[in-house]
Each structure stands twice: as structure tokens, then as C-alpha cells.
Design a protein. Structure first.
Ligand code: CMX
Length: 132
């Protein structure tokens, strides 16, 4: 089941500068950063209501966010939905012919179980499903 929008991921090239904008100018609450080695990103968290804004700075230009910024520049990178029973949801989507990037969940920021759907199946939006 889809519960809510868990977070919106925004690709940034200078995390410190972007943290300063969202914290000091927009006025969001800043909850700290985490390096997610597997995804080759450093993530900054800003809770907003029941969701979060996550700023993603590449730690490697060859990682997914590094490649995204090189191709498209900074901007909205992905939309993450909170789900229950991620494995079952992935099975259902696969049966429906949706292109999965991850057929099995992996681990993302905050220890969440995550899996991505390919933008070619979703109208050009990189969609993440996450279970916490
Ligand atoms: N949103 C929308 N479209 C995207 C995209 C994004 N974030 N990233 C890539 N694409 C599009 C590209 O524009 C390209 O489209 P065209 O074929 O029309 O040109 C297509 O997807 C393929 O892109 P590519 O540049 O050739 O890159 P790859 O195929 O090597 O990788 C993707 C694309 C989505 C499979 C890869 O970035 C991926 O596996 N992403 C999931 C992991 C991830 O993004 N992790 C970071 C977040 C970490 C976190 O939240 O913890």
C-alpha cells in the first residue's frame, strides 16, 4: 500500500550552499547529513510535515546523481513514495510490465529499504519506493 510521499530528492552540486538556502532563506528545519556509499551521494534532510526534502550531492561524478547533474544540471531528481510490503509491491509492478531498476530492495538513507522504478515506465519521473 502507498502511505504518503516519503521525500522529494533534489540533485545539487554544492551541498553546503544548498543547505544554507533551504535552512537559512526558506527556513526549513535541517536534520543533518548522511553519506550513502552505495548510491554515491551525500544527503541532507529537511522534514516538512510528514514528508522530507532530501538534497543529494554526488560523492562520485560517475554515480547516478553525478551523471544526472552532468546531463541535466541541478534540479528535482526523484519522487519517493512510502509503501508497506515493498517486495510484494515490486512483484505486482513487475507482473504489470513496469520497468524496475531494482528487482529486489536495497538499503538507502536512514537504513530504509528502497527500490527504484525506471523513468521510461513512469512518464519521465524517477520513482523510488521506500519502506521504513
Ligand atoms: N529522472 C528522470 N529521468 C532520468 C533520471 C532522473 N533522475 N535519471 C536518468 N534519467 C533518464 C535519462 O534522461 C535518460 O533518458 P533518455 O534515454 O531519454 O536520454 C535515461 O533515464 C537513461 O539515463 P542515463 O543518463 O543513460 O543513465 P543510466 O541509464 O546510466 O541511469 C538510472 C539512469 C535512472 C537507471 C540511474 O540513474 C539509477 O539507477 N538511478 C537510481 C539510483 C539513484 O538515483 N540513486 C540516488 C538517490 C539515492 C537516495 O535517495 O538514497
Amino acid at each position: 500500500m502507498f502511505e504518503k510521499i516519503d521525500h522529494i530528492g533534489i540533485a545539487v552540486s554544492d551541498l553546503e550552499k544548498s543547505v544554507s538556502f533551504y535552512r537559512d532563506q526558506i527556513g526549513l528545519e535541517f536534520k543533518g547529513t548522511e553519506v550513502v556509499e552505495e548510491q554515491k551521494v551525500k544527503v541532507a534532510f529537511f522534514p516538512v510535515g510528514e514528508s522530507k526534502v532530501e538534497l543529494l550531492e554526488p560523492t562520485d561524478p560517475e554515480g547516478p546523481v553525478g551523471k544526472f547533474i552532468a546531463k541535466k544540471g541541478e534540479g528535482v531528481h526523484h519522487l519517493a513514495f512510502r509503501v508497506t510490503n515493498l517486495e510484494e509491491k515490486l512483484e505486482q509492478l513487475k507482473e504489470q510490465g513496469v520497468a524496475l531498476i531494482d528487482e529486489k530492495p536495497r538499503y538507502g538513507a536512514g537504513g530504509a529499504k528502497i527500490a527504484f522504478l525506471h523513468p521510461k515506465s513512469t512518464g519521465g519521473v524517477l520513482v523510488e519506493l521506500c519502506e521504513r
